[in-house]
Design a protein around this ligand. Structure first.
Ligand code: URA
Length: 232
């Protein structure tokens, strides 16, 4: 495939912008800056645009640093969708992987690859999600054990799966959970008599929120990040 076509398809630039990006030296192939838009590339080439690796796939895979005040569904009567923050072509085919509450911030994955999305969200995958949690009350050290053993949430009959709690300060913790029950983190802390003040997702599996991403901004995933949830 021609390099300009590859960049246009996978970095979501128009063909003419892709050509400009290439001729102005913003694209490298296997660590060499290539300024010829007609240069031929293949599946095994490592292609970087603005120093970030572009996944060589027909689908789009993005990470967003979600700000508070946006919802993780396509439509809502009150709040704007996180998809409003994604300014790319063929926007309608994008889907949000999992849900964060309107007041939760941090890592959200977005894709048009339904199977990839399903592998992350499926309860069978037991994909770890890590949150930074600020709490209203001081954290009791016993909570580490209670969460590790699993606890019953209000109106549920099945205890939560083992979760890992790391105490960072008396009111700030990191919590890693493998499930995605409704308001799970908030309800876990409520079950031990505490209250979540702010909730920020730092990672999903091995994909870590890029610290360079300001709230409300997004980037393409690298090929490695996409591969963490691929079959091979
Ligand atoms: N748990 C919650 O309570 N809220 C979120 O947004 C995510 C996990």
């Amino acid at each position: 495939m021609r390099l300009d076509k590859f960049i246009s398809q996978n970095a979501n630039l128009s063909r003419s912008l892709a050509k400009k990006a290439i001729s102005s030296g913003q694209v490298s192939v296997n660590a060499l800056c290539i300024k010829n838009p007609a240069f031929k590339v293949s599946a095994n080439d490592k292609i970087l645009y603005l120093d970030k690796q572009i996944a060589n796939l027909g689908y789009r895979y993005l990470m967003l640093n979600k700000p508070a005040g946006y919802i993780c569904s396509t439509k809502d009567d009150i709040y704007p969708s996180v998809l409003n923050l994604i300014d790319i072509e063929k926007h309608d085919s994008l889907r949000i992987v999992g849900r964060l509450d309107v007041d939760t911030t941090g890592l959200v994955l977005i894709t048009d690859d339904g199977q990839w999305s399903h592998r992350i969200s499926s309860p069978k995958t037991n994909c770890q999600k890590t949150y930074q949690v600020d709490l209203a009350e001081s954290i009791a050290t016993e909570t580490i054990e209670i969460f590790a053993e699993g606890l019953l949430l209000k109106n549920e009959i099945k205890p939560t799966l083992p979760a890992k709690l790391v105490i960072q300060s008396k009111n700030r913790v990191l919590l890693s959970i493998q499930e995605g029950r409704y308001h799970q983190v908030k309800r876990m802390f409520a079950a031990v008599g505490n209250h979540v003040v702010t909730l920020h997702r730092l990672s999903i599996g091995k994909v870590i929120l890029d610290t360079q991403l300001n709230k409300g901004t997004w980037r393409h995933l690298t090929a490695d990040e996409v591969s963490y949830f691929s079959l091979n």
